[in-house]
Design a protein around this ligand. Structure first.
Ligand SMILES: Cc1ncc(COP(=O)(O)O)c(C=O)c1O
Length: 439
């Protein structure tokens, strides 16, 4: 029997929807007025603000930026930014036909970070994206496009099971055939297995994703060993350095993340990777999601040659090089604050404290809770994973959990990501909670 409209609305709850969406909605709806809804939302958020310093299970820096950042915001507002519509559509390195943008901030900050990652200033291109995932998307799209244009063949993508889940989504989006590369015991990519897999797929160019700081274990894929295996092949190497990419340049391990290495005998510099993705809300503590996407001008131009055949530049008078058209102008202007020499000094202080606190947490957990099997994959990592200590701790510290194989058995595990807000005092509290509240 067919339902009539009234019956349909009554079972689907659509009556409420229609009421809310109709022009008379506010007059006829029995829902509370918007002000009271907002006050509840504000109350909930104020509670969250109190809890923020105990987040330990995800790589987000919950430290409130320094007062100077909020003063910087005011300066930006005085210039009209975030007061009326600005839009960073297009390539920040090109002239824009639409003047209401913050391209100069965006280009400057990309150049500054580009130099931190060891790109020569004359050969940097990039932009501020929406997130690490967005930067990964641009890296993979650029790699796919360049490799296909060089060979006429769509590449296969190579990554490990420890790569972030965004890579699986993106390989689906880009319709790429994929090859899962095996890992070493610490969770890093096994370069010998990569070689085996490359040899098994000789007719395809290789789009390789190396992760510098895998999401759960904090492993680092061996970029130089990977490059050795790629030698003589048509390949593009994208670095997903969403978290570690923020702090490694400010530590004694900066070499891990440098775009170029010096070959000692000849003194010639060699490229280590093609593009890099870093999240801004992770290590840097930028208050909303954003990402750095940085590559070489050379790659960008090779990409643009192809992109210009897909995209008709007439309307905006340039080939943007970004997948998204309209782009946020406020974030680059704000994130610029995190790219100044004094910001880099702060990053160095935060990075040192974070690694010291991670070492402390590992030592204390190993001494007092060895039965939880705490593991730090390497001394560049701010992540420790261990057997899940029980729901109370997991909930209280918002710990991410995953099943890992321990002694041949799938075991529920959690990890602690020691971000700059995770001070020794906070970690001591965590350690004492472990003692008192393991269930
Ligand atoms: C290795 C890695 N890549 C990418 C991402 C995704 O970054 P975003 O949240 O900025 O999209 C994450 C997030 O945790 C990550 O750990």
């Amino acid at each position: 029997m067919l339902m009539n409209r009234r019956q349909f609305l009554s079972i689907s709850g659509a009556a409420t929807l229609v009421a809310v969406c109709s022009p008379n909605a506010l007059a006829v709806s029995s829902s509370p007025d918007p002000k009271s809804i907002a006050s509840d939302a504000f109350k909930a958020m104020r509670n969250l603000a109190q809890q923020k310093s105990r987040l330990l299970g995800y790589p987000i820096n919950m430290t409130t930026p320094p007062d100077e950042f909020f003063a910087w915001r005011k300066e930006l507002a005085a210039a009209g930014i975030n007061r009326f519509s600005f839009n960073n559509v297009g390539n920040p390195y090109d002239h824009s036909n639409i003047p209401f943008n913050c391209h100069s901030f965006e280009k400057d900050l990309i150049n500054r970070f580009g130099e931190v990652y060891g790109f020569p200033l004359s050969n940097i291109w990039g932009f501020l994206s929406n997130s690490g995932t967005d930067s990964n998307m641009h890296g993979l799209y650029m790699g796919r496009t360049i490799l296909k244009s060089d060979t006429g063949v769509v590449p296969k993508i190579y990554f490990t099971n420890e790569a972030h889940y965004s890579i699986q989504i993106l390989r689906d989006l880009l319709q790429l055939d994929w090859v899962v590369v095996g890992t070493n015991p610490d969770g890093s990519m096994d370069a010998d297995d990569l070689e085996r897999q490359l040899n098994a797929n000789p007719d395809y160019p290789a789009l390789v994703v190396a992760t510098i700081g895998t999401t759960f274990k904090g492993a680092i894929d061996p970029v130089d060993d990977i490059q050795k295996k790629l030698k003589g092949r048509t390949a593009y190497l994208h670095l997903d350095a969403a978290l570690f990419g923020g702090y490694l340049p400010h530590t004694s391990y900066a070499d891990e993340i440098l775009h170029e290495s010096t070959v000692s005998s000849s003194g010639v510099k060699q490229k280590r990777y093609d593009s890099i993705a870093v999240s801004c809300h992770k290590f840097f503590g930028f208050p909303s999601p954003a990402g750095l996407f940085i590559t070489t001008r050379t790659n960008f131009e090779a990409f643009r040659n192809q992109f210009s055949q897909i995209h008709n530049p007439e309307y905006i008078k340039q080939v943007p090089g970004t997948i998204t058209c309209s782009r946020d102008a406020v974030k680059p202007a704000e994130f610029y604050f995190f790219s100044t020499p004094s910001a880099f000094k702060r990053h160095a202080i935060d990075a040192a404290a974070m690694l010291k606190n991670t070492a402390y947490l590992l030592k204390e957990m190993s001494n007092h809770y060895s039965y939880l099997h705490p593991v730090r994959a390497n001394d560049r990592s701010n992540t420790i994973y261990f057997i899940t200590p029980g729901k109370a701790i997991v909930d209280h510290y918002s710990l991410a959990t995953m099943q890992l194989e321990i002694d041949g058995k799938l075991t529920p595990c959690a990890h602690a990501v020691v971000m700059p807000h995770a001070t020794k005092k906070m970690l001591d509290q965590f350690l004492s909670d472990l003692r008192n509240r393991i269930t």
